[in-house]
Ligand binder design. Sequence first.
Ligand code: DMJ
Length: 934
Amino acid sequence: MSEAGGGRGCGSSVPQRAPWSLVAATAAFCLVSATSVWTAGAAPMSREERQKLGNQVLEMFDHAYGNYMEHAYPADELMPLTCRGRVRGQEPSRGDVDDALGKFSLTLIDSLDTLVVLNKTKEFEDAVRKVLRDVNLDNDVVVSVFETNIRVLGGLLGGHSLAIMLKEKGEYMQWYNDELLQMAKQLGYKLLPAFNTTSGLPYPRINLKFGIRKPEARTGTETDTCTACAGTLILEFAALSRFTGATIFEEYARKALDFLWEKRQRSSNLVGVTINIHTGDWVRKDSGVGAGIDSYYEYLLKAYVLLGDDSFLERFNTHYDAIMRYISQPPLLLDVHIHKPMLNARTWMDALLAFFPGLQVLKGDIRPAIETHEMLYQVIKKHNFLPEAFTTDFRVHWAQHPLRPEFAESTYFLYKATGDPYYLEVGKTLIENLNKYARVPCGFAAMKDVRTGSHEDRMDSFFLAEMFKYLYLLFADKEDIIFDIEDYIFTTEAHLLPLWLSTTNQSISKKNTTSEYTELDDSNFDWTCPNTQILFPNDPLYAQSIREPLKNVVDKSCPRGIIRVREESFRSGAKPPLRARDFMATNPEHLEILKKMGVSLIHLKDGRVQLVQHAIQAASSIDAEDGLRFMQEMIELSSQQQKEQQLPPRAVQIVSHPFFGRVVLTAGPAQFGLDLSKHKETRGFVASSKPYNGCSELTNPEAVMGKIALIQRGQCMFAEKARNIQNAGAIGGIVIDDNEGSSSDTAPLFQMAGDGKDTDDIKIPMLFLFSKEGSIILDAIREYEEVEVLLSDKAKDRDPEMENEEQPSSENDSQDHSAEQITPSSQEVDLVDQESPEESSLNSEPESSSPADTDNAASVSASEQNSNPMENHETTSLDGECTDLDNQLQEQSETEEDSNPNVSWGKKVQPIDSILADWNEDIEAFEMMEKDEL
Ligand code: DMJ
């Protein structure tokens, strides 16, 4: 079918740019112009070496593409370890990752325009013929709308864009007649049913053959999608509309973007990670620039560049301000809550955010781009690749690395912006690492674990679509590429769309441009297109001077030196430091100060907040030191408060024959269940539960019904034990320590903590006995079978009932139980069930343990219910591997531990509930990440 736009694109010369498109053109011009102003800094790389590296990239591409074509094609992807194609349905399902595979020779389509960029025109011609001959877009398979759009629709459009460019040049592709565009249009129509929602946000998945509605579709019941999934369509859909003249695609993509914009959180101007496609409610309210959101921001700015619609720039700038205000904590980019943007939502970053410095270059905000890129590079130098997630102290959080291209992308754009040969060296390292660690005889294999160098049988199509393009372009001179790359914009999958589309078939944008933005504030141009001649006029060392303070950021040595460098510039504006005793968690000013001091607040699921300090996140050395002081004060106040808030010990009194209340065992209380200080004591016969650890449904409910159940410590959380015995009908519970020989005589007493969840459902009283005290009850059962106890806050005088029943003295009476009289416990702090499986699993993988486990800074937990967290500190914990600030902190903490046993105890056991809460949150987040986008 011959559409107007298609006809115009095919066989005609590249149209002239409209005046506004100079924005894009100028941006590109600015970026490249910097290369010529570079005169000093890292040693320049000779043309010869750059060519050598370029050739190396070509050889690597041949290795990846050649093996795919030889051993996998027409399958979607190559499995480089088993050296065969990955065909969906023939391999064990990998879950949502497989939704990119539509039995449409994904890798071939994703590689089309890479072939042209890499000067492999002949191979491109062959590849296009294969696509036209072999690819079927009508398969009965459920695919991700997002992935299909960016990889397949984008791949076809990129291929078409370069096919018409080549045809125009007159040598290659002379036979081409818009066939790729026709396929793209066919695919576009197949994706449209996904937009059949009241919001206009697309369903996340669609069946290529049956769409959404039909029963055979096996999809269409989803309620949520990720923001990037719904907001990363405009470039491909608008290009499709403008190439073909069929306006519907651009209209649908615009509608989805308009809806997301409407739904932004109005006070923070941030968007969440996941949204309900029917109601528009945010399902996940955390917000960052990585997984789940990334390319939504990218497409707003690039849509402005490609389409010239001011509203997209306005939106981007509004979001960008919010990102820089809340998420950017140079060099880190940390997720926050959209409603409470001063609060960090997590203490780790994901690898997808590595694209952001590249976007900042396009925006023209070079300094933070250099900073974040440098931080990421140091993580890479430590682990050879960027792990899928890493903590704020740069430890591996999720060790996988599927050969993602985002860092190479940012490196390319930063090189273009600065001309600094340092970025060529970075690229060289990337090449070396790929060859050294990921190259296998049949392609390149994803890293399963960057720490061990183990591989996964996986080579994603984006590796060919993006990685080789950016690496090749990094080392290439203008004359190495057969067309002018500045005439194109890169999609998120690095597919090339020509900028001349801006002036083609514009009716759609006119029709749909929100009237809210008719005038463009000219000052935006200052930021959209920085003139690098102005940015680095007399200072070719500019980029280096920004990187320099960060060069050890990931090393063991902490960045005190860095902070020193910046110290003077911050000194003048310093405010009097915030004192811990004055801190109010509800005071936004205080939260701002905390952020400057590098102190983050993490909301735990159980309602408490945890304070964590990272000196490197502080705005200056002075702020970092203030933060240190603040945390120390918090620790002191916390331990003071712990003392004040100690729950007094409880009593287990054996009241049956022959004890009659004379044996009183000192017991630890629980932070959940019936509070014995407020309620009447509980009296009952004891019975051992089966299983004795109480970690599953009891098999002897008839034995514990109406009794006080005895349970052994360990294997699961205390709250879980309580629930199990309560369900079996017990009226109370006594947990007996499994550490043989332990006793309240020698060990400090503690409280049994909840499990980080709501424990209101636990109604029965729970007490804890050390092993020696517990064995008195167990011995008594063996001896007398029926043993009755009284659980109370305080031992009761022997009542007449006990007296009356008193029998002549027995051997037991002669036992000296003086130690079992209630004495004030030496300390009462959180108890965690240290043998809980959850904790074991944390310990078993130290590198990937939860953030609470790995923060190399001070952390203090406090109850959020109190506006002043000082009022409910439960624990403090200190951990550190760094020198300088962090070490000082640790030293101080150790001194404190000596003099303050509470702190010591807190360090040992503190945050299992918070660790578990964080851990669960992380798992949920990753599951969501995987589901959404990875
Ligand atoms: C690519 O498919 C795209 O860049 C996408 O936007 C997110 N990430 C992958 C590669 O990591």
